[in-house]
Design a protein around this ligand. Structure first.
Ligand SMILES: C[S@@+](CC[C@H](N)C(=O)[O-])C[C@H]1O[C@@H](n2cnc3c(N)ncnc32)[C@H](O)[C@@H]1O
Length: 351
């Protein structure tokens, strides 16, 4: 006999299916509203549709439908208008905190990156699954298996990628760096540290420690040119090189944030081995990554991130047991893990 709820549009499974099927529209509303400058238009205060359309240079009809969709998703709020032109729209806590360009917690560069390169790569998911590898050739016309050749295919893309990743640290930086007491580490190196945002936050928390960023020469040059630190911030050092080939600096603590998930098990082991040999006897490793549940069945967002890694890198997300084993193989045998309350978790492994 058929399931009692089958054929009922209120069926929980059917609703879930519809949520999943329409998920791309939610992202597109968010990306488009951001790209058009809708949130900046509303920043000074509530506006009716006609005023928003004038500010955006967009059609009143399209603007109204976009505003209504944003209101339905909680990105803006509708309140009674005064000018007889329908409701006035205003920012919500979510949009005020995270969606305004220039706000301290803004995620706008991350959204631009997701809307551009990542969304285009996701359009090629079928090819990635069939072939088991990244899809830059189809998605952005760059035929290479070297992830960072494709990711950094132009100076504009390099800068956007660095800004996008930096957005994360405005929300997670303090959580990640205070999950463990790092005050005993005098020399700290953020390997693959990108713009230096996490390293800078680390230097602010531990101003008597020497903090450096090790990344490719081009990334270091971009960090120096485009990511100025506030005056009075403790200094951080920038070191350029290839972490698979160049000598790594000696440090007490090596941070690896969102680096291992870019690489195969063999490449990740090679990098960890090099770090293990570069560090002194009492050195430690701070890993910051999404962590899969035992057996790799969840959480769902980490599994989606694993597919992003398939599409854009050579890596995948891993379980705690995998991180623990990889760290131990490089000599970092004493392993602890702390959650941050978000998608990224922190693991400290000491020799
Ligand atoms: C996914 S990003 C993470 C950046 C930063 N840790 C964060 O979480 O915001 C990976 C970083 O590894 C760097 N990287 C990749 N290959 C590298 C190599 N061979 N040598 C040095 N750095 C490299 C990239 O330039 C990039 O900054």
């Amino acid at each position: 006999m058929a399931d009692a709820a089958a054929g009922d549009p209120g069926d929980g499974d059917f609703r879930l299916l519809m949520d999943y099927a329409h998920g791309f529209m939610v992202s597109q509303v968010l990306f488009t509203a951001s790209d058009l400058g809708l949130f900046e238009a509303l920043a000074p205060g509530p506006l009716e549709t006609a005023a928003v359309a004038r500010a955006l240079g967009s059609s009143p009809r399209g603007t109204r439908l976009l505003l209504d969709a944003c209101a339905g998703l909680g990105l803006v709020r509708a309140e009674p208008g005064r000018g007889g032109g329908g409701p006035a729209f205003t920012l919500t806590r979510l949009s005020r905190l995270f969606l305004l360009v220039g706000s301290p917690l803004s995620q706008r560069s991350m959204l631009r990156y997701l809307a551009g390169t990542t969304a285009r790569c996701w359009g090629e998911l079928g090819g990635a699954v069939r072939e088991g590898r990244s899809q830059y050739a189809r998605a952005v016309g760059v035929a290479t298996r070297e992830p960072f050749v494709a990711i950094y295919r132009s100076s504009a893309e390099r800068l956007l990628f660095m800004r996008a990743l930096q957005d994360t640290w405005s929300v997670y930086g303090a959580r990640v760096l205070t999950a463990f007491d790092l005050s005993g580490f005098r020399v700290i190196c953020d390997v693959g540290g990108g713009s230096g945002a996490l390293a800078a936050a680390c230097a602010r928390l531990h101003p008597t420690s020497s903090v450096s960023v090790f990344d490719t020469h081009d990334v270091i040059a971009t960090a120096r040119a485009h990511f100025r630190r506030p005056r009075g911030d403790p200094p951080i050092r920038f070191l350029g090189g290839d972490f698979f080939r160049s000598p790594l600096p000696r440090a007490d603590l090596y941070i690896l944030a969102r680096v291992l998930h870019d690489w195969t098990d063999a490449d990740a082991a090679r990098l960890l081995g090099r770090i293990g040999r570069a560090g002194g006897r009492g050195s430690a490793l701070l890993l910051v990554e999404a962590v899969l549940t035992p057996g790799g069945r969840g959480p769902a967002r980490a599994l989606l991130l694993s597919l992003t890694m398939l599409l854009q890198t050579r890596g995948r997300e891993r379980t705690e047991a995998e991180f623990r084993a990889m760290a131990a193989a490089a000599g970092f045998t004493r392993f602890q893990r702390r959650p941050t309350g978000g998608d990224l978790e922190v693991m400290l492994a000491r020799k």
